[in-house]
Design a protein around this ligand. Structure first.
Ligand code: NAD
Length: 314
């Protein structure tokens, strides 16, 4: 009998890229999954298709968690409800802020009423333009509080703050994942995230566009590794109040990534440099000692393997 068997799991934002992979894995592990999503950066199609083809216990309802909406009973609440790519979160910054601040607050109240374990999808963006490298959970961040990225960075920080208060007050079991760049099948090619954009451009033989000179670094975690980490975070006992980086510490420059994609696809695309967006961080790499120690978690899929899997999936 696993932790998940017979559990009711609410996944807010469960129709998005990570949400679908999480819903599938949790349902396969034996839980009943309820997805609530406003479909602002997704559609119900993929999650409905998953439900039908895999015959899994997944219910989907449309709802905006920043509003006071009825939510299904839950033993575990995963809060993934936020746009994640700069293109999306900056297109309606106030809506992004509402999703992370009011949405997290509403889901927190729901988890408290249900005595549910709460897992928050926070982000490496809480470190802003980091002063330490690699980023450890103790780094308080270097964030522009009112720049164009702050609707996302600061609202994710505000969410961590209120959730930790509820945890410290003994109201709720909480685990916070600081997620670093994750990639894999199912990413939207047009939402501005580096890897799917490079793949779409290289496939079409178009110039692959990099911000700045492409020397800024990122680290990319394959989605199955990340989902395993999120499930461990929810299910390992006695770790309430833990804030844990989840990401792959293999660091690569954005230019090297673009060259790898072009090479892997045998594309004739060239690289095109565009101006760097304001507050774009120069380096991003997680220190995952805490995840290794507390969860026994380690990413297993190399970038080469993950890229191969992603390219095969479409
Ligand atoms: P995504 O945009 O693909 O999915 C987010 C989902 O949330 C979408 O289905 C969207 O419609 C839904 N949503 C947005 N606002 C909502 C609201 N107010 N009410 C209900 N649903 C709402 O993004 P993703 O990559 O799947 O990311 C999921 C979560 O993980 C986000 O919270 C994101 O901040 C976090 N995260 C992701 C990454 C990554 O690399 N994918 C990295 C760091 C953090």
């Amino acid at each position: 009998m696993t932790f998940w068997a017979g559990k009711s799991v609410l996944i807010a934002g469960g129709a998005g890229f990570l949400g679908i992979h999480l819903a599938e894995a949790v349902a396969v592990a034996g839980a009943e999954v309820n997805v609530v999503d406003n479909f602002s950066t997704s559609t119900p199609d993929a999650v409905n298709a998953l439900k039908l083809t895999r015959n899994l216990l997944i219910n989907v309802t449309q709802g905006d968690v920043s509003e006071d909406i009825p939510l299904p009973a839950a033993d575990v609440v995963f809060n993934l409800a936020s746009p994640a790519s700069p293109v999306h979160y900056q297109s309606d910054p106030i809506k992004t802020w509402r999703a992370n601040v009011f949405g997290s607050y509403n889901l927190m109240q729901h988890a408290i009423r249900n005595h549910a374990i709460f897992v928050q999808a926070s982000t490496s963006e809480v470190y802003g333009s980091p002063l330490t490298h690699p980023q450890r959970e103790e780094d308080w961040g270097n964030v522009n509080p009112n720049g164009p990225r702050s609707c996302y960075d600061e609202s994710k920080r505000a969410a961590e703050s209120v959730l930790m208060d509820a945890q410290r007050l003994g109201l709720m079991e909480l685990r916070i994942a600081r997620i670093f760049n994750t990639y894999g099948p199912g990413m939207a090619p047009d939402d501005g995230r580096a890897l799917p954009q490079f793949i779409a451009q290289a496939r079409a033989g178009l110039p692959v566009t990099l911000h700045g000179d492409g020397s800024q670094t990122r680290s990319f975690c394959y989605v199955s590794d990340l989902i395993r980490g999120l499930m461990l975070l929810a299910s390992v006992p006695g770790i309430s109040g833990s804030v844990i980086n989840l990401g792959n510490p293999h660091e690569i420059s954005v230019r090297e990534l673009a060259e790898l994609v072009i090479y892997s696809l045998g594309s004739s695309s060239r690289i095109n440099l565009t101006p760097r967006p304001q507050d774009d961080p120069s380096r991003r790499c997680p220190d995952i000692s805490k995840a290794r120690h507390i969860l026994g978690w380690n990413p297993e899929v190399s970038l080469l393997k993950g890229l191969e899997l992603m390219l095969q999936s479409k």
